[in-house]
Ligand binder design. Structure first.
Ligand SMILES: Cc1ncc(COP(=O)(O)O)c(C=O)c1O
Length: 357
């Protein structure tokens, strides 16, 4: 049974929430509800740093590995540095070869599958096996799949972290993070949360509990709609590639099929070579899709992105502008009709055809 702890000001829905989270997380040692995803990530790293300090008895230099997928990591890296934690970024497709990157002071690997902009599928069991052989803790951002579609602990993750702001509520209206740990990590992690006095707000916990009860139904529906829109986009002459691991054509499909039991409704496309202005005109012409970074709610979203400025371990050169979509609960026919309008606006941009579509 999962053990749930919530801050003192959030007790009202604690027991109900614990029961529901336990039902979806499975048999693990402990879980906690924290104010934000960032709290969860930060506390897990502080825990990892602190747990070694007593052994080392000298200024600690903790080495953490992760794939760098967005610029919030640059901010995390700056903060972690103040705690003596250095960061090395790895190619998300590294798999078991991650062992070659381990240094004597490597303490944690922070994984995510798929990458939430570029959608590479990491081989979590292979990374976990290599890490555990060196007593290194494996963390995972499991927000994309949610515990319903990926059993992180069952696949070797020691500490699983979810942004509760997304599919959990389904309405983009709360600030919450979820973290759970196995036997090995739970005690220290729990102690770190207590020391840092991190707690979630009662209203957020209430909204999360309400959202959890319909999460499976929403996710099953959004999985189907997401795949339908992804397949539709894949047929378009303007689209070079669809980045969605549940599509048979995706390079990460075999790993997804082996390890995951479903897909959420977040994916990206790479357009054929064309000016960025054409991609922007496409997004601006959409009326059913909002422009937004935080996904998982009932509304569809579209946002252009470029990983170039924050990629270090690998080069981001997809060949054309990229757009990430989140598919909400709207009718698929309405969504594709809206996308048609976007493509019409794209074609009107000067220079669109000149780039060879
Ligand atoms: C994969 C993933 N994890 C975590 C987060 C953090 O979410 P929040 O800032 O809402 O806590 C995001 C934000 O969009 C995300 O895309």
């Amino acid at each position: 049974m999962i053990a749930i702890g919530i801050g003192a000001n959030s007790r009202a829905h604690k027991d109900d929430f614990a029961d529901v989270v336990a039902a979806i997380r499975g048999e693990i040692k402990g879980g906690d509800i924290v104010a934000t995803f960032a709290d969860a990530v930060f506390a897990t790293f502080v825990k990892a740093a602190a747990s070694r300090q007593s052994v080392a008895y000298r200024p600690i230099k903790l080495e953490a590995l992760r794939d760098r997928s967005d610029d919030c990591l640059t901010r995390s890296e700056r903060t972690l540095k103040r705690f003596g934690v250095a960061t090395t970024y790895y190619d998300p497709l590294v798999g078991a070869d991650i062992a070659q990157l381990f240094k004597p002071n490597t303490r944690a690997v922070f994984t995510e599958a798929p990458g939430s902009l570029s959608f590479e599928m990491q081989d979590i069991p292979a990374i976990a096996k290599a890490a555990h052989a060196r007593d290194i803790v494996v963390l995972m951002d499991n927000t994309w799949a949610t515990p319903l579609f990926f059993n992180s602990h069952g696949n070797g993750v020691d500490i699983a972290i979810d942004a509760g702001t997304k599919y959990l509520s389904g309405s983009s209206d709360l600030l919450l993070g979820l973290v759970s740990a196995n036997e090995r990590c739970w005690k220290d992690l729990r102690a770190t949360f207590d020391t840092m006095a991190i707690c979630a707000g009662p209203e957020d916990v209430f909204l999360a509990l309400r959202g959890l009860r319909s999460m499976r139904v929403r996710l099953m529906h959004q999985q189907e709609s997401g795949l339908a829109v992804a397949r539709w986009l894949g047929q378009r002459p303007e689209v070079a590639r669809v980045l969605h691991p549940a599509l048979e054509s995706d390079p990460g499909h075999a790993i997804w099929k082996r390890d995951f039991t479903g897909a959420s409704s977040l994916f990206s496309i790479v357009l054929k070579p064309m000016p960025d202005a054409a991609a922007h005109a496409f997004v601006n012409a959409l009326t059913l899709f909002g422009i937004g970074a935080s996904w998982g709610g009932f509304e569809s979203l579209a946002i252009p992105f470029d990983c170039t400025p924050f990629r270090t371990a690998t080069k981001w050169a997809p060949g054309g502008p990229a757009i990430r979509f989140h598919i909400g609960l709207e009718d698929v026919g309405d969504l594709t009709a809206d996308l048609e309008k976007g493509f019409a606006a794209m074609r009107r941009v000067e220079g669109y055809a000149a780039d060879g579509v």
